[in-house]
Design a protein around this ligand. Sequence first.
Ligand code: GP9
Ligand code: MN
Length: 403
Amino acid sequence: MTEAEAVASIESLQHKDPGRTDLYGLAEGKNIVLISLESTQDFVIGQKVNGEEVTPFLIDLIEDSFYFNQVYDQTAQGKTSDAEFMMDTSLYPLASGSVFVRRPENTFHSLPHILKEEKDYYAATFHGNVDTFWNRNVMYETLGYDRYFSKEDYTVTEENSVNYGLKDTPFFTQSADYMKNLPEPYYAKFLTLTNHFPFLLEEEDMFIDEAVTEEDVVNRYVTTVRYLDKSLETFFEKLKEEGMYEDTVFVLAGDHYGISEKYEVGLNELLGEEATITNQMQHKQVPLIIHIPGQQGETIATPGGEIDIRPTLLHLMGIQAEERYSFGHNLFTRDSDHPVIFRDGSFISDDYIYKDNVCYDKETGHEIDIQQCEPSLETVREELKLSDKIIFGDLLRYMVGGE
Ligand code: GP9
Ligand code: MN
């Protein structure tokens, strides 16, 4: 593909998603709080361990939220940074390394840029780790963030830290104080940290007992997810107290798996299920919850991926998503037959699963003739190739005036 052909293909992306629903503009003008839930997989929602809910707060929140229960983790080696990249740009991550590290000098037309152009939003991002991790200090400027609150902005002590650093509860509590001074309307992104491999927690933060499976990683994981759930509850309470809840749309999304394939037998044991391809793919689902205070809850079972979060949010914000040079689809209208594409070339669609060069019937999990996966595979190849072309050719500089 030549550069000119690639630019023409990007143009053609513009008109793929014209459907408007009566939800269009439902959250127009509201502040946006996006919370990236570290290593949180969808199976934890509604999961009990020793008779106790792992996510009691999220279950309550889901009652009054849009809950997308078939959204897949599409990250690759860039892990959290890949999830951030997809949510901000709706492009695919790279097959190796992280875009944050490899292409920070590119032009991107990201969520902060769009919100600023359309509705004059201020964009801030909050994370308790050092600012250089994943090259965020450089990439956040490229992505259009006005302010990055990182480790040096927080009071971090031995008592309020574990594993990678600042625990989620003090992180949220201290962040809420900074939020009070943000110009409105704002888009504020929060990255949690405590629920990170190897899932370490102090006694005082253990609100449920460890699970009992043959994998200690799985056993500990449920306790750090429970801690994360509690920290979210504290954050929401604080925002309500401070009057920062009512006029806000909340987006909560798991960034990627916590339990890697290496420990999957423990997960099969926890969930009381067989180790099948269908279950393995299901474990790739991450929760996506969009909460608009006062709005009735609804579960949306349309399959999609993290790349679809941005157009879904833009739809609610009353901003047209179809002219944004991206690959995502609005999850309220997404065609369920369009494959959900993973960076390694695998995919899942209504009828098929394709993984490690094998095509499976999604319903039965049986291996079938590869030809049946071929039409979707063509889409997979095309999209990944074009996304790479955009990133490696820095092609968006031609589309957005080379800002
Ligand atoms: C580190 C945090 C975790 O700052 O974002 O990164 P991960 O290892 O999940 O990519
Ligand atoms: Mn992560």
